[in-house]
Design a protein around this ligand. Sequence first.
Ligand code: NAG
Ligand code: NAG
Ligand code: NAG
Ligand code: NAG
Ligand code: NAG
Length: 435
Amino acid sequence: MGASYQPLDPHNHHKPSSKNPPCFVSKPVCALLACGFVSLALLHLLCCSPAGAQRPAFSPLLQYINNTYYSVSSVPGGDEGCNYSEGRWVWSPGYARRYNATECNVKESHDCLRNGRPDTGYLDWRWQPAGGCPLPAFDAGAFLSAVRGKHVAFIGDSMARNQAQSLVCLLGAAFPSRLVYRDADQRKHNFWRYAFPAHGVTVSFYWNPFIVKAMGKSEDESVRENHVHLDTPGDGWGADADTIDVAVLGASHWLLNGAIYYNGSEVIGAHNAPAELNYTGVGYAWPLKMAYRTAVERLSSSRPRTVVLATFSPAHFEGRPSDSPTACTKMEPYEEGEKELDWICRELRDIVYDEAEAARARSAGGGATTRVEVLDVTKLAAMRPDGHPSVYMHRDPFAHGVPERMYSDCLHFCLPGPVDTFNEILLQILRRKRR
Ligand SMILES: *[C@@H]1O[C@H](CO)[C@@H](O)[C@H](O)[C@H]1NC(C)=O
Ligand SMILES: *[C@@H]1O[C@H](CO)[C@@H](O)[C@H](O)[C@H]1NC(C)=O
Ligand SMILES: *[C@@H]1O[C@H](CO)[C@@H](O)[C@H](O)[C@H]1NC(C)=O
Ligand SMILES: *[C@@H]1O[C@H](CO)[C@@H](O)[C@H](O)[C@H]1NC(C)=O
Ligand SMILES: *[C@@H]1O[C@H](CO)[C@@H](O)[C@H](O)[C@H]1NC(C)=O
């Protein structure tokens, strides 16, 4: 099982053959690591160096949006009965080449093409939902029409930001946009808003990795602990809550890492806090539920609103150290059956479904007309180990040779990349009739 590093080269883009399949850490260990415990530096460099048929290399130059072929209009109003959460990635050359990320101001560490990632096969896949349901390609006009005059807010962690930036790029490639505001520190992408004046739409991102109010590490990386107030909406979005028409909430990763949790001024427990503090362990599941509950309640009102709860999108360090240049160098999606979702992924996903169900039950009979939906991306994201920036989170990482240690991003997705599919599904959710 070779673990030698092969620089990513478009002419060396091997397709794993069935004779010599990619090797994995045993399924349970692998999945466990994918779901948050990435700091466990076990199983160093158990990596794949598959041999097999070459796939033709595609030009790394972007070809811009091709709406004519995969047009959303072939499925008027979306398909009410479709469940997009199960399915598989099918090869579809150039499908994900939708925009130039440099022009829509994404975080530089997600702009893989700019950073020189030479293999572009990760842009050649389309999500095919199970049961033959069609998932139309993203249609910016359809999206903006579905949210005409509305404020769409993404609230959550850096995966929520990844999706928010994808949406701005997808919309901005087809319609004029205007930056309304952004963080004073231009290197940050924590609070920003774009306007799409032709449709009166605004899209905002609020960095609230616990959704609810948090102090400590999430505000200042030099601080060790997170102090999280489960009963209070996060500062930024909490203040703007009455202006939000469509909220997309996404958090999990920071809850897995842990925090000290409060209700009012009282500590009610902690997860991964130093033992000497002697707090009651509350795990990550219960605080995640409470955070979503607080947010959904704040966003409930008598005017029509939509709250979309996004499920967990796992990382793919697969047990390798995150400072290894080969932490995630797989160049193809997993095939069906190649990797299973482990229990943490499933648990985190189920929490979201449960909270959505509980919110609907609470509002039934009351005056609230907030619609709560689930954006289930766990499976489709888990199948895409190839879609992360890896070492291409910096420009030309191998300009000075291949260093022994180099941090890899195996969590966020390249833009353009698999995260654009999250917005394809979001569009179908927004087009669906209110229940
Ligand atoms: C993307 O846009 C930037 C800035 O306009 C430009 O320098 C770059 O060449 C473009 N990249 C591609 C692949 O077209
Ligand atoms: C759009 O995509 C389809 C399918 O890949 C292709 O046949 C067609 O030529 C493309 N059109 C343009 C304008 O690129
Ligand atoms: C969609 O499929 C997922 C996974 O099989 C399941 O958990 C979920 O309940 C389904 N959603 C609906 C609305 O049926
Ligand atoms: C916080 O305290 C209030 C009042 O005692 C209680 O109703 C609420 O359920 C508590 N919330 C949490 C998250 O424990
Ligand atoms: C930790 O908390 C437990 C339960 O409240 C208590 O019995 C114990 O004395 C505490 N230990 C310390 C060192 O404070």
